[in-house]
Design a protein around this ligand. Structure first.
Ligand SMILES: Nc1ncnc2c1ncn2[C@@H]1O[C@H](COP(=O)(O)OP(=O)(O)OP(=O)(O)O)[C@@H](O)[C@H]1O
Length: 668
């Protein structure tokens, strides 16, 4: 029965179709538009691969491969591990680009504008499970139902059927709690959900018990009976492929044979497909066949002998069209192309709901995302920029009188920050050299009288100036502490002068006067200065990390590819991520601002709205940068390293480059 159908596909259509095509070419009517009907040869086959080549770097995986899946047939693609089956299926669904050759799927190349492959017309079950572990069975099928535009009622009906048919556990069972075989069946269910015209199943029966395996095959046989559904299936259980209408035996990236299972077995006088395959492999090895780029063989011809000088990449048995077949050219008008590029709200909404649901199912991770920026900014407010306390300073005071000015001046030093240790000159300097003190404050024995002279007299000698000065030697290895000491000593001197001279204090004031600042205040501490920068960089780097990691992981688990085959475009994926990430960023910003403004009382002098907009924009810049990293890097470890490694160069260069750019602009 299966072979009949294949024969029909092989014999009847192809010769006619080639003639028709050639005639069309002659008449110059080969104007295959999107709307134009396909030539019969095209419409007869669900999938046509011609001279398909694909390499991973230097590794040539597919070489001049020709394959035809007739419409309304089950095609069993068989071959040893690593021969390129998965690669071929990925090329067919369009997630991998071919290096050379042509593929048409349901009449048009995959991802052709306006074509629903990828999309609703194709059900793809990848070899990786490609399921969201945090989802339950119902969430999974509902998600794919939304993408395919099924109504809730339709999804529910299909879900009930699939749960029953595939012996799935309760629909509220979490994917992560299912066994390997159960997950595989959920994955198959997701591929069958929308009743697609083409099913592409990569090893759907692995880990499935024989009873269910038989049931799955029976189901496939039934759905192709209508003639509207076609199936291409890979399997390691070669014998189960006898139920297929056509089998393709693949090895080293090209097809050794293609034809109905019975014909393949008959050709090699084998009683099993496995035997036939073994013989084919042995014969190929003996003849050390190398692939060339000749086109596919003619229609099914059981007299054709593999051993009899057959062209190298030509399968022994073929259901494909004859050699010299012309491939139609496709074009799409601008409206179809525009519709193809524009993001669809339905898909964006489905992805957005999916991300929100995943977040809800991971409350720990969600709390971490929300609280991490708050914890980081709080730590910065608590630990960075505050005045250091208990800084030990040696004091060498050669004045002995208790009423001396030096004592008075020292009493104005901020004792909460500076701890004064009275010492001899020698001990003080030794202490600084040993790292016990941050500096030495020294007063000469005539400090009081010289300072008085300096204040009262117009002309004083250098000796008076020197003796009436406070001498300070600092350990400048820590600039922040040294600057703080300088400021505190200046403040103490000013307070001392104000106290002693009252309204006449201006007489000893420096001839440089710092007026009230235009922005900020005289007493702005370093924490206030550092906090806004910290908020921006935390928002940016969290967005970078979360975006890069989520995309890299989704791609690694095959989820991005699966969504893409279901019809989700890259723009839709990015938009949905942007919207969901904006919600996360909004909560992060709200919590951070609450803490900074209300708990740590960091002053906000400008517009709060502008500050919020700036932080959101910074988050969006982080998302974009995360996307760049995820596009360039394949595994999460390298993505993390890239995000971390880029931190300092980006922090420093963005300021530097920005400054250079601004100064260049100003100079012009
Ligand atoms: N992303 C990749 N980068 C580099 N090489 C790859 C990649 N994916 C597959 N390959 C290589 O391509 C070859 C074919 O792999 P493919 O997964 O298509 O084989 P397969 O026939 O599906 O195998 P199996 O039956 O074990 O799944 C293998 O040698 C594999 O190592």
């Amino acid at each position: 029965m299966a072979s009949d159908a294949a024969d029909a596909a092989g014999d009847a259509g192809d010769a006619d179709s080639t003639e028709m095509q050639q005639q069309q070419m002659k008449e110059g009517n080969m104007k295959a538009d999107l709307e134009a009907p396909l030539p019969p040869a095209q419409s007869d086959s669900a999938i046509r691969c011609r001279d398909v080549c694909r390499s991973y770097g230097k590794l040539k995986v597919l070489s001049n491969l020709n394959l035809t899946v007739p419409q309304g047939h089950i095609y069993g693609l068989l071959g040893p591990s690593g021969c390129g089956k998965t690669t071929l299926l990925k090329c067919i669904v369009g997630t991998l680009k071919i290096s050379r050759g042509h593929i048409t799927v349901l009449g048009k190349p995959p991802a052709f504008p306006g074509h629903e492959v990828p999309g609703k017309m194709v059900g793809y079950m990848p070899q990786d499970l490609a399921l969201y572990n945090e989802f339950n069975i119902s969430d999974t099928l509902t998600f794919f139902g939304r993408i395919h535009g099924l109504t809730q009622k339709e999804t529910q009906a299909r879900m009930n059927f699939l749960i029953d048919f595939l012996h799935l556990p309760q629909k509220h069972s979490l994917i992560r709690n299912l066994s390997g075989g159960q997950r595989r069946r959920v994955s198959l269910g997701a591929a069958l959900l929308q009743n697609p015209e083409l099913l592409i199943l990569d090893e759907p029966t692995v880990g499935v018990d024989p009873v269910l395996r038989a049931k799955i095959w029976q189901h496939l046989v039934e759905i192709v009976k209508t003639g509207k559904v076609s199936v291409i299936i890979t399997t390691h259980y070669i014998e189960e492929a006898r139920q297929a209408n056509v089998v393709g035996l693949m090895r080293n990236g090209h097809l050794l044979a293609e034809g109905p299972p019975d014909a393949v077995m008959k050709q090699h006088s084998a009683t099993t497909l496995e035997h036939a395959f073994l013989q084919l492999c042995e014969t190929t090895d003996q003849n050390s066949i190398k692939p060339t780029s000749s086109p596919q063989s003619g229609p099914l011809d059981s007299s054709q002998s593999f051993e009899g000088g057959r062209e190298e990449n030509q399968p022994i048995l073929g259901v494909g069209p004859p050699a010299g077949e012309e491939l139609p050219r496709f074009s799409a008008n601008w409206k179809v192309q525009a519709r193809h590029i524009l993001p669809r709200g339905r898909n964006v909404a489905a992805l957005f709901i999916k991300t929100m649901l995943r977040m809800r199912r991971m409350p720990g991770s969600l709390c971490f995302q929300f609280l991490l920026p708050v914890i980081q900014t709080s730590l910065i407010c608590l630990c960075v920029g505050g005045d250091p306390r208990g800084i030990q300073v040696a004091v060498v005071n050669n004045e002995t009188s208790p009423s001396a000015y030096s004592h008075s001046l020292l009493s104005f030093l901020d004792n909460s920050s500076i701890y004064q240790v009275p010492l001899s000159h020698k001990d003080a300097f030794e202490g600084v050299y040993n790292g016990d003190y941050w500096g030495v404050i020294g007063f000469g024995e005539n400090f009081t009288s010289y300072l008085t002279k300096r204040m009262m007299q117009r002309h004083v000698s250098k000796e008076v100036i020197d003796g009436g000065s406070v001498h300070v030697w600092l350990d400048l290895t820590n600039r922040q502490i040294a600057l703080m000491l300088q400021k505190k000593i200046h403040d103490a001197f000013q307070a001392f002068v104000d106290n002693k001279m009252g309204s006449m204090s201006y007489l000893v004031a420096l001839p440089i006067k710092f007026e009230d600042p235009i922005y900020g205040s005289q007493n702005t501490d370093f924490t206030t200065f550092v906090t806004p920068g910290a908020v921006l960089s935390i928002t940016f780097y969290l967005a970078v990390g979360l975006t890069a990691l989520s995309f890299v992981l989704e791609r690694k688990e095959g989820l991005l590819d699966r969504c893409w085959v279901a019809g989700v475009s890259s723009v839709e994926t990015m938009l949905a991520h942007l919207f969901s990430q904006l919600i996360v960023i909004s909560v992060q910003i709200s919590l951070m601002l609450l803490f900074i403004l209300l708990v740590f009382k960091t002053p906000n002098e400008g517009s709060l709205l502008l500050a919020i907009i700036l932080i959101v924009l910074q988050g969006m810049a982080g998302i974009s940068f995360g996307l760049v990293i995820s596009a360039a890097i394949d595994d999460e470890q390298s993505a993390n390293q890239a995000a971390l490694g880029i931190f300092y160069p980006n922090l420093i260069l963005s300021g530097k480059a920005g400054n250079r750019f601004l100064s260049a602009k100003l100079q012009h």
